[in-house]
Design a protein around this ligand. Structure first.
Ligand SMILES: O=C([S-])c1cc(C(=O)S)c[n+]([C@@H]2O[C@H](COP(=O)(O)O)[C@@H](O)[C@H]2O)c1
Ligand code: NI
Length: 507
């Protein structure tokens, strides 16, 4: 089945749940999705898929409801409106439903509730403390500094089975309730959860890539090695569910190329576990910088692009620009969770390139180039490696003879692939050759528009690649189909190649 092309129009930003909802609305199979999520070794949540009217526009809503209520962070600017800062938090509703009293601001005494993985939740649910602040950094050290306004409610975490709740006084003045020990999850733990599930290999690769991008961004923001990044918000249940759900849906929809619009982002500040952060938050800034995503800052106060949303965009994007002309075959709308003056949904479209020969433009494309120098591998193994790379989606794979250290004749293996294939290509290289290191870099490539057309000859049909560059058109007969004609007719390759080329150019 032909791969489909997805266009994500992020004019109201992007978050994990908006993306899942838009893909479900595009037709991703909900049974496949729930079976995949159920196969994860993660519990403490349920999902709700419903319709929601956003400014009276009908959209799909994907909601992860945690057994343990998660934190509610607010934008500094929105805190009096009671709207949630994250696209993915819903705690006001939750807290109201459960009659948990909360206020948006208080300056004096407050109580804390600690839930697993170092989560802190205030039983009075205050969102601002002017007496003192706590900040939890990845190693779970507690920093208390007077004078800052910080809120440190890390949540989105499941309460492990058998976990007990106990209270203690913190610094003698703040009663805390801890839900047992602090559970850490780093990237390896997350990858193990994903690998242990029954989702397809392709969905696993996508999910792991999204988490990797978040981890790199967090590692940079906090100045810690990647293995020391312990996921709090982003590693907890609803983020695992959102990221894995996006991956299952993309795989189920058979998406190949993905084009992502510029990411519309708000402005101002938000409160999160790190305290008050500017929008875009550091993790988002790191992701858009590293992956060359375009930002479009709007005057909306609040966070439109979450780290998870930016990481999804970065992980799945394969093309920089839309085709010059295209048809939309299907539209999916994923509801945002906040009410802004601008309609808040993510619009996903399945598109078909109709540019054909009418466009003379070249198409800028982003690819990754992977390289490994190999001096100790058998020719048989290297041949299988090359074949496997090409069969699994490499745009090209090749060997170049080289002389390595100690004058060893060797081969440079080169692989060109799209960004979402890098991890898979690396796995094939590491498992099919003896190499122990791979270099990789992103590259821009310029490609000509091309299409394949059939040409009828007296000896049978041949396929021809037609490429256009400005006012020039080039006709390149496909080698394999000329070979077939040669075998059938007994004529030589050169004669038949030029015959087919002439017939194609004559229209
Ligand atoms: O969890 C962490 S460490 C975290 C880091 C940052 C940085 O920019 S660093 C920001 N946040 C905020 O938490 C919420 C949830 O984000 P999701 O991507 O998990 O939806 C959001 O407001 C982030 O800006 C968390
Ligand atoms: Ni962070």
């Amino acid at each position: 089945m032909d791969k489909k092309t997805l266009y994500l129009e992020c004019y109201s930003g992007i978050s994990g749940d908006m993306t899942v909802a838009s893909l479900i609305d595009l037709g991703a199979d909900v049974e496949v999705l729930t079976a995949g999520l159920n196969s994860l070794n993660v519990d403490g949540y349920k999902i709700e898929i419903s319709r929601k009217a956003i400014n009276s526009i009908d959209a799909c809503d994907f909601h992860v409801i945690l057994d343990v209520p998660e934190a509610n962070y607010e934008t500094e600017d929105n805190k009096h409106t009671g709207t949630s800062a994250s696209h993915e938090t819903h705690n006001h509703e939750y807290l109201h439903e459960h009659n948990i009293e909360h206020s948006h601001e208080h300056n004096a005494e407050h109580s804390h509730e600690h839930i697993p993985e170092h989560s802190h939740e205030h039983t009075e649910h205050s969102h601002e403390h002017t007496e003192h602040s706590h900040e939890h950094i990845p190693e779970h050290s507690h920093e208390h500094s007077n004078g800052h306004k910080h809120v440190h409610l890390h949540a989105r975490l499941k309460r492990p089975e058998g976990m007990h709740i106990h209270s203690h006084s913190h610094e003698g003045e703040h009663p805390h309730i801890h839900y047992g020990h602090h559970e850490h999850r780093n990237l390896n733990d997350i990858n193990a959860i994903i690998d242990g599930s029954a989702i397809t290999d392709n969905a696993k690769q996508i999910a792991k890539r999204i988490f990797y991008i978040v981890a790199v961004a967090e590692s940079k923001a906090h100045g810690k090695p990647i293995e020391e990044v312990h996921f709090h918000e982003v590693g907890a249940v609803d983020s695992i569910v959102d990221i894995v759900a996006v991956s299952i849906c993309l795989d189920n929809l058979n998406i190949g190329d993905v084009i992502v619009s510029e990411l519309y982002e708000g402005t101002g500040h938000i409160n999160c576990q790190h305290g008050i952060l500017p929008v875009p938050v550091p993790a988002v800034v790191n992701i858009v910088t590293e992956h060359h995503l375009s930002l479009h800052i709007t005057s909306i106060k609040g966070e439109l692009v979450t780290p998870t949303g930016a990481a999804i965009a970065a992980a799945i994007r394969t093309k920089e620009v839309l085709p010059k002309e295209f048809k939309i075959s299907k539209i999916g709308l994923g509801a945002g969770k906040r009410n802004y003056e601008r309609t808040s949904f993510l619009r996903a479209m399945l598109i078909e390139d109709t540019t054909g020969n009418s466009s003379f433009d070249t198409v800028p494309d982003k690819v990754w180039v992977l390289e490994a120098n190999i001096d100790d591998c058998s020719g048989e193994a290297m041949s299988i490696a090359l074949e496997t790379l090409l069969q699994n989606g490499a745009k090209d794979a090749y060997y170049t003879p080289i002389f390595m250290k100690k004058n060893r004749p060797a081969y440079l293996l080169g692989v060109i692939c799209s960004e979402n294939k890098v991890a898979e290509m690396e796995e094939i290289i590491f498992t099919h050759t003896t190499t122990i290191g791979i270099r990789k870099q992103e590259a821009l490539r310029t490609t000509l528009n091309r299409e394949i057309i059939p040409i009828i000859t007296p000896y049978g049909e041949a396929l021809v690649k037609v490429c256009t560059y400005h006012d020039k058109t080039f006709y390149y007969p496909e080698c394999d189909s000329i070979k077939k004609l040669c075998n059938k007719s007994g004529k030589d390759y050169i004669t038949l190649y030029s015959l087919v080329q002439t017939l194609a150019s004559q229209g």
